[in-house]
Each structure stands twice: as C-alpha cells, then as structure tokens.
Design a protein around this ligand. Sequence first.
Ligand SMILES: NC(=O)C1=CN([C@@H]2O[C@H](COP(=O)(O)OP(=O)(O)OC[C@H]3O[C@@H](n4cnc5c(N)ncnc54)[C@H](O)[C@@H]3O)[C@@H](O)[C@H]2O)[C@@H](O)CC1
Ligand SMILES: Nc1ncnc2c1ncn2[C@@H]1O[C@H](COP(=O)(O)OP(=O)(O)O)[C@@H](O)[C@H]1O
Ligand SMILES: [K+]
Length: 482
Amino acid sequence: MDKQTINEFGIDGFTLMEIAGTRAADFILSEIPNSSHGLFFCGKGNNGGDALVIARLLSQQDYDITVCFLSRRDDLSADAGKNLKLLQKLDVEIEILDWDDFTLNKTEYDFVVDGMLGTGLNSDVRAPYSDAIEWLNKQDIPTFALDVPTGLHADSGRILGTVVQADFTLSFGALKTGFYLNEGFDTAGEVILCELSFPNKYKKPTAYLIDEPWVEANSPSTQTKKHKYDGGVLYIVAGSEGLTGAGILAAKSAWSAGLGAVVLITPKGLLEIYEKQLIQIIKKPVGSRDDMYFKESHVESVLDILQGKPGKLLIGPGLGRQKETIHFTQKILQQFGGDAVIDADALFALSQWENWEKPEEAHWILTPHPGELKGIAKQEVNDDFERFQIASKLAQQEDYTILSKGMPSIVATTKETPYMTGYDTRIFSRAGFGDVLAGKTGAFWLKYEASELACFHALLDGHQKTMESDKPTGQLEPLDII
Ligand SMILES: NC(=O)C1=CN([C@@H]2O[C@H](COP(=O)(O)OP(=O)(O)OC[C@H]3O[C@@H](n4cnc5c(N)ncnc54)[C@H](O)[C@@H]3O)[C@@H](O)[C@H]2O)[C@@H](O)CC1
Ligand SMILES: Nc1ncnc2c1ncn2[C@@H]1O[C@H](COP(=O)(O)OP(=O)(O)O)[C@@H](O)[C@H]1O
Ligand SMILES: [K+]
C-alpha cells in the first residue's frame, strides 16, 4: 500500500509520515498532560522518522522532549533525516542524545515513544535496540509503540529476539495481523488505528477482524416462525457413555439460539440420561438398549432420520473414539450429502480416513482446535501464524468453511480473505465451550444461511455473554454462555 500510494498514486512518503505523526501526536496529546517529559527512541528508518514528527509537534505544545537515537544520525532514511533537520530548526530546546550518552543520563521520563523499528524489522533485534528494549520494559511509564511494538513481526505476531511491551500501539494505515496472532495480543496493548491517505483500491487485506457492528449490518433479518419446523431442524449426532455432557451442551446451546426444533440422535442405551436432562429437545434413539455409542449398524437408521425434515447436521461432540464409532462417522459423512457442522470426534474420524473427500453437493463447516486441525491438514501446525495460513489454504482447496478454534479463533472460507477474532478467547479454553460453540454454529447456520455468518454469530454470542456476565472470567462455565 505504501509503495503504490507513493509511486503510482503520487503522495510522497514524507507527506505520509507527516500524517502518521500528526494522528499519533493527537492521540498522545489526549492521553498525556502538558508539561510532561517524553522520551523518543528513534531507529534509523522511517519508524524513527514518525517519532521525530511527533517530537516536533509535542515540543510546540509545551512538552519536554528528549530524543535518543539507536543508530548513527548520519545514516537515517531520507525522510527521517529531513525530519531531524526540521526538529533542529525549532526555537525550543530539545535534547538529542545517542544511546551511549543516554545510558549515562539518569533523568526520569513521564512517557516513552517507541520509534525504533516498524515493518522494516527483518531479523532478531540487534544491539543497541535490544538493550533499549530491555531498559524500556523495566520502566513503569506509558509506552506508545509506533506502527508495531519494536521486535514484533507485523504479519506473524512472532517475537524476533525481544519485544517492547506497549501500553498503546498506534498502527499506521491498517491494523496488522501480528497484533492478534501468537504473542501480538499480549505485547501490543491497546491498538489505535491511525488512518493514512491510502486509496481504497490499494487495500488488499490479508484478514478481516470479526467485528460485531459489521456482522449485524450484514446479516439478513430473521423472521419469526409460524411453525416449529419452518426454520429447519438441527439434527445433532453426539454423545457416548461418559461423554453425554457434550451432547447435552451442544443441544441446549442450539436450542437457546432460538431454533424451532433440535433433534438429538442417540444410541438407545443413553436415551434415559437425555430424557432427564433435555426437556425441549426431541430425542431419536437408534439401535438397542445395550448400545452406549454409535456403531456401523446404526448408519441406515441415522440416515433415515436425517431424511425426515429439511435441516442441517451437527456431528461429533462426545462421540468417543471407538473403532466402530469412527467407521460409523465416516460412513455418515460419506453418504449424507447435506450441510454438516463437523466437530470434535467426527474431526478425529476424518483424520483417520485416508484420502477422504467431501460429497460434492455437501457443505461443511469444520470446527477444529489446533490439534484437530493438524490431524485433518496432515501437517504440523507450529504456531498461530501457521494455523492461520493452513486453515486459509485448506478451506480454499477443499471447498469448506473452517472455524479454527484458538487464540485467535479464525474463520476461513473458500474466499481469499479469512476472518479472525480480535478479543481474548482464552477464557473459552475449558472443556465444554467447544460443544457450546458447535451447537450455536449449527443453529446460526440455519438462521443465517451463510456458513461464515453462522461462525461469526456463534463466536460473538459467546463473547457477548462473557462480557455481560458478572462472574470473574476464570469461573465462567459453558452453561453460563448458553
Ligand atoms: N513508507 C510509508 O509510506 C510510511 C512509513 N511509515 C513508517 O515507516 C516504517 C517502515 O519504515 P522502514 O521501512 O524504514 O523500516 P523501519 O523503520 O522499521 O526500520 C528499518 C531499519 O531497521 C534496520 N533493521 C531491520 N531489522 C533490524 C534488526 N533486527 N535489528 C536492528 N536493525 C534492524 C534496517 O536495516 C533498516 O535500516 C513503518 O513501520 C512506519 O512506522 C510511516 O511513516 C507512514 C508512511
Ligand atoms: N465465543 C468464542 N469466541 C472465540 N473462540 C471461542 C468461543 N467459544 C469457544 N471458542 C474456542 O473454542 C475452544 C474450545 O473448544 P474445544 O477445545 O474443542 O473444547 P471442548 O472440550 O469444549 O470441545 C476455545 O479454546 C476457543 O478457542
Ligand atoms: K515501533
């Protein structure tokens, strides 16, 4: 975007730097009172240039300014060099130091601006930048990182050697995927977008954040039903002895999303448990009273039930990993040509199946956690950036939707640009939350029709309920967000 705006469109880099610095200065002015003393760490590239613009603007508003260079001052990028000259032309006193002098200087500062390295970072942070980061992270004063915290890789969220722990990251022109992947979430602090004048035609996002107002605005309105079956039925194939909780949570969760009819298909041996726990849910038993898990002999009866009313299938929560259940699941997935949410043990069954293929007419939403993604992708998933890339590639290649659970949770579709959550999802990483999410995904798929909208609504539903809850996050239970 930078390059195209500068070279093709014709707004030069110096102008963009002035805009970036002005927007960032406005934000800092709103956070830090006048007469405060700010320390500006500057690298030799354009990130340092941004910091010099801010130093100049704040110096005109009654702030004390100290600028500290981490590299030789005669080696700055062209635009940073120009901004150093402007700073020196002012009629206020600005302290300008190099790192070696700085270490001898014991002044106290009220805030720090990190203009050391931005998107130009391409290897582990070297000294003296790394020394400055170590010093900075020990200071208990507000830290404003420009564009990205120095040391954080803007795309992957990986830390290259060491990283600035920022209170605020003032991101220029666009948010970076690295703020939400891997260590990014815990290092960037509060992220503020400072818009630059990039024309929209140059914007080619690598991801979208799952944004509540956008999702609401882009969801069709859902009409009230005349009959319980009008909205379609969610058939749930779940549960086995010892794992009936998963079936219960998924069914309750789907029901509470407002569906007219949820049908839980179960091995007959478990029926009694569900009768006691699930009052509103229709139960359809298959097999005999001794059956505590699904077997190949249940395939025909289950397919018959699925042919009953128009609807969608959720398969997987708590099925268990018995050989017979795996074969049962594989057969169902092979023969059921409708829409299916595939979760938990059904994903395991898929991963145990050489060269499986989705029936062409079927639409699938897969909801793997990182371990399950590795199983279905048949490759290592070493971190969240790889997870992001693998989920995107797989969804496009195989023509299905993937809700890749984790921090962040990622929704990848056959479209080029995937979506991701921008909030802390770690509170959901306790047993049961996945079952709730799967139930909601199935229910919202019936309600909103588009698979990605189903995933967004399911994720946001849980997020909203945790935000509204009075319970401390550590004590939240799956039932609280049903
Ligand atoms: N070009 C543009 O349109 C704009 C760029 N902006 C700023 O420019 C930044 C990118 O500027 P640059 O491309 O000059 O890059 P940076 O300022 O991020 O840093 C590049 C310099 O750092 C050195 N470096 C790279 N890795 C290092 C490491 N591991 N240890 C020590 N030094 C290392 C490089 O040798 C290079 O000289 C953005 O992040 C943003 O802050 C803004 O001014 C807005 C406009
Ligand atoms: N509302 C939500 N927003 C984002 N991610 C969520 C949400 N609900 C659940 N998750 C994801 O689902 C994961 C739980 O699923 P999983 O590990 O399969 O657990 P389970 O044992 O319940 O099957 C969480 O760690 C989180 O990544
Ligand atoms: K920075």
